[in-house]
Design a binder for this molecule. Structure first.
Ligand code: THU
Length: 137
């Protein structure tokens, strides 16, 4: 089985979404790490969102690609994320960092599907027993 067939095994065009993420990575502002990241996601109404990382001379305030994507989600009408992938500058799938798994969980829930370095996984698999809004009562 080829890699592309694996990506399409659940009937979703993961390769198309990966290409949106790779395109987004070209816009990254990464003068400090030199590590560009692009993210892309589908919203439950079919919108396609993108994000790229934006660094800052105050390193700790770097915005991951997922931050821009989630801002774009709300700016463009809200909704729930259904499919997500992020890539490096070579277009290779990478894992969202811990903080961004929290961001994605809040905006997609446990059923959000992610293309990961080890295949398609749910949000619940990449962030088990997540802290979420329900904990706040
Ligand atoms: N980065 C992201 O944009 N998303 C992630 O999920 C992992 C890390 C960025 C932050 C920083 O600009 C660069 O990758 C190196 O850590």
């Amino acid at each position: 089985m080829t890699e592309k067939q694996t990506y399409a095994a659940d009937g979703f065009d993961w390769e198309g979404l990966r290409q949106h993420a790779a395109e987004a990575a070209k816009h990254a502002y990464v003068p400090y790490s030199g590590y560009a990241v692009g993210a892309a996601a589908i919203v439950d109404d079919g919108r396609v969102l993108q994000g790229c990382n934006v660094e800052n001379a105050s390193y700790g305030v770097t915005l991951c690609a997922e931050c821009g994507l989630v801002s774009s989600l709300h700016l463009s009408g809200g909704g729930r994320l259904t499919h997500f992938v992020c890539v490096n500058s070579a277009g290779e799938v990478i894992m969202p960092c811990g903080r961004c798994r929290q961001l994605l969980s809040e905006n997609g829930g446990p059923g959000l599907l992610l293309m990961t370095v080890s295949g398609v996984k749910t949000m619940a698999e990449v962030l088990p027993d997540a802290f979420g809004p329900e904990a706040l009562g």
